[in-house]
Design a protein around this ligand. Structure first.
Ligand code: C2E
Ligand code: CA
Ligand code: CA
Length: 657
């Protein structure tokens, strides 16, 4: 947009408006009165004529004003649209740095909307790298020379800093001096070349992505090739992080492309900030929701992993976009030159494969490329086909793991866990086949089949006279997309004759939060029928207390990663204690998963955990073995009780001492 052009345009329209509303004929009454006064004895019909003429004239003038205003409005809208669709962040301030207008990119980068930015001073958002310099001096320079550009840091609403190049132009002509005399600022990504050569020409070396303002795929290829070339000469390493957002398509589909666009801009800001903090100041958008970060030489595997961890940590918090809190997680693939490839395309492909592997592990994680990943990908493809057949032939079954009450030692429930006996590969872990089933959509069929099998088995145990147990089943996020999920669950219960009050449904926190609307609906319907709800793997996801209150759940299951180190790691112990305390406060049952040692059990008893599940008592077992466990429940309970009582006797001895 040409600065002087828009000023001229506005000046002419303003004078049109001024003429139309000139004070000399602003008041209808005054001019008519003056005419009446002059003529004195004017006849009634000529007065009417004058009034009519006057009215006609004023109407024409008003129409002219109307047209002028709507033309100005149109021009203003067009100007705004032009500014808003610029790839760079642009703002206008008055001479005193008060923000007059900011385009959408600036709003996205800072996390503020236009309304909240209006009138704010720019130095709340922009910092200069040199603490000895301040924005006021920079503005003085721009007023003197007409422009200024250099590296700055832009702060977002979370006080994160983005490194950018700011180009500043001073404008001193305008309609209302107090408003339009001021500055126009453009912010462009501060990549390596612009950082070392902060002149406008070096910016044109790269082409930028229109939405995020990041260098695009082509620019990435150019820059990455240079980095590799340089590292080849220096015999050093270059790291590449290939980042893809988990479930982005779903977010885009459910919340709309405008939401998705803003999310991508926010992700851009986070990646830039993480990159800057790790010396990786080149971030590119490769396509859609795929980004690349280059860790320039000299670097190492450790540094690449640290950067990936930094990014993953950043995404543990929710982002507020269009007044909506959203959690989004990335999958990150890492490749390192020269170990993982000699040429840029090979390194990029390998980082992509590593990213895909991270996705098959459930996302929200990072993976370094390994030479066997390609064969693994092919194996996954074979597994996918085999899994399809296995689901169609009903070859999958459940194992059951007892859940024990920590006061009585009695089995109070069991969790159904999926098993697949592959004809060639043998026992395949659900950790491998459940993500494949989720990625392919097979889970919709498989998940419900397993719920039905669990209900059927539950009814058999009831028929054998075992009462007072809860059958826990796992429901994956993908299943929630089925709008008939509640009806399907009810059908499993009705057709097998298993009572709803004996069924417990487990969801992870992320499943709850990512499918908020569907889940709330499902939870309320299920609870009405008496079906219990449990949050699985608690502590590994968002652990948001406000969400906990919103979901009317019955039980929290503390993830086994905390229990694993509960007696050796102070922070795991603190987290476990805090989760138990929260559960008690909110009146939820609390179960600890993965209890393997007596020490862990004692810790949980001491902290009043209600139930536990783990290898210390029993591994997941086949249905027949579970029947035996239930049959021998009294003796099993005795064994369990002995373990539990040991704690109390140790405790009593401690008191005696
Ligand atoms: P999960 O729901 O957290 O299930 C508990 C897992 O912890 C089970 O692994 C169980 O064998 C294991 N475990 C129990 N006690 C101990 C212990 O003391 N030490 C250790 N190291 N592990 C213990 P499994 O059976 O391999 O299942 C893994 C995951 O697969 C489950 O984690 C669940 O997320 C998923 N999964 C299993 N079955 C189903 C299913 O039918 N549907 C869905 N959607 N997911 C399932
Ligand atoms: Ca579970
Ligand atoms: Ca779990």
């Amino acid at each position: 947009m040409s600065d002087s052009g828009s000023t001229k345009n506005n000046t002419s329209t303003k004078s049109d408006l001024d003429n139309a509303l000139s004070p000399k004929d602003n008041g209808l009454d005054n001019s008519i009165l003056s005419q009446v006064g002059e003529k004195g004895n004017i006849q009634e019909e000529s007065l009417e004529e004058i009034l009519l003429q006057e009215l006609l004239q004023k109407t024409t003038q008003l129409q002219q004003v109307d047209r002028t205003i709507s033309r100005m409005q149109q021009e203003l809208d067009i100007t705004r649209q032009i500014i808003d669709c610029q790839t760079n962040a642009i703002i206008f301030t008055d001479k005193q740095q008060h923000i007059v207008y900011a385009n959408t990119v600036f709003c996205s980068l800072t996390g503020h909307d236009l309304q909240s930015l209006d009138g704010k001073k720019l130095d709340q958002f922009v910092m200069l790298p040199d603490p000895g310099q301040n924005l006021e001096t920079v503005l003085q320079k721009a007023m003197h020379w007409g422009s200024w550009h250099g590296k700055v840091f832009l702060k977002d609403d979370g006080n994160n800093q983005l490194s950018l190049t700011m180009s500043l132009n001073y404008r001193d002509e305008g309609l209302h001096e107090e408003v339009t005399e001021g500055f126009i600022y453009q912010f462009t990504p501060a990549d390596k070349s612009t950082a070392t050569h902060p002149d406008q020409n070096s910016l044109s070396l790269f082409s930028y992505d229109a939405l995020t303002g990041l260098p695009d795929r082509l620019s990435f290829q150019q820059h990455y090739s240079l980095c590799i070339e340089q590292a080849g000469i220096e015999h050093s390493h270059v790291g590449l992080l290939y980042i893809d957002l988990d479930h982005f398509k779903r977010i885009n589909r459910m919340l709309g492309p405008a939401f998705g666009d803003e999310l991508l801009c926010r992700v851009t800001a986070i990646l830039q900030q993480c990159g800057n903090a790790s010396g990786a100041d080149f971030v590119a958008r490769l396509s859609g929701d795929e980004f690349a970060l280059i860790l320039p030489s000299p670097t190492s595997e450790r540094m690449a992993k640290e950067l990936a961890d930094r990014i993953l940590r950043k995404f543990q918090h929710s982002l507020t976009i269009k007044s909506r809190d959203i959690f989004v997680t990335p999958s990150i693939g890492i490749s390192l030159y020269p170990e993982d490839g000699k040429s840029p395309p090979e390194l990029l492909r390998n980082a992509d494969t590593a990213m895909e592997t991270a996705k098959t592990r459930g996302g929200n994680t990072s993976c370094r490329w390994k030479s066997d990943m390609d064969t693994q990908a092919i194996q996954n493809l074979h597994l996918e086909n085999d899994l399809r057949k296995a689901v169609a032939n009903g070859e999958l079954f459940n194992h059951y793991q007892p859940q024990i009450n920590l006061t009585t030692g009695i089995i109070v429930g069991m969790e159904a866990l999926a098993r697949w006996e592959h004809p060639v590969h043998g026992n395949i872990s659900p950790v491998i086949f459940i993500p494949i089933a989720e990625n392919t959509g097979l889970i919709e069929e498989l998940g419900l089949d397993l719920v039905r099998v669990a209900c059927e088995q539950g009814r058999k145990w009831l028929a054998l006279g075992f009462k007072n147990f809860t059958m826990a089943v796992n429901l994956s996020g993908r299943l929630l997309r089925r709008h008939d999920l509640f009806e399907e669950i009810m059908d499993c219960l009705k057709s097998t004759g298993f009572p709803p009050t004996s069924l417990e449904v487990e969801f992870t926190e992320s499943v709850l939060i990512e499918n908020m609307a569907n889940t709330i609906d499902l939870i309320s319907k299920c609870r009405r029928e008496g079906i219990k709800m449990a949050i699985d793997d608690f502590g590994t996801g968002y652990s948001s207390l406000s969400y906990l209150q919103r979901f009317a759940v019955d039980k929290i299951k503390i993830d086994r990663s905390f229990i694993n180190n509960v007696t050796t790691n102070a922070s795991d112990a603190a987290i476990t204690m805090a989760i138990i305390a929260i559960a008690k406060k909110l009146d939820f049952q609390v179960l600890a998963e993965g209890v393997e040692t007596e020490e862990q059990l004692f810790f949980l008893q001491e902290n009043q955990c209600d139930e536990c599940q783990g290898f210390l008592f029993n591994k997941p077992v086949a249905a027949e073995q579970m029947t035996n466990l239930l049959r021998r429940d009294s003796s099993v309970a005795l064994k369990h009780k002995r373990i539990i009582d040991k704690f109390y006797s140790i405790k009593a001895q401690n008191y005696e001492v």
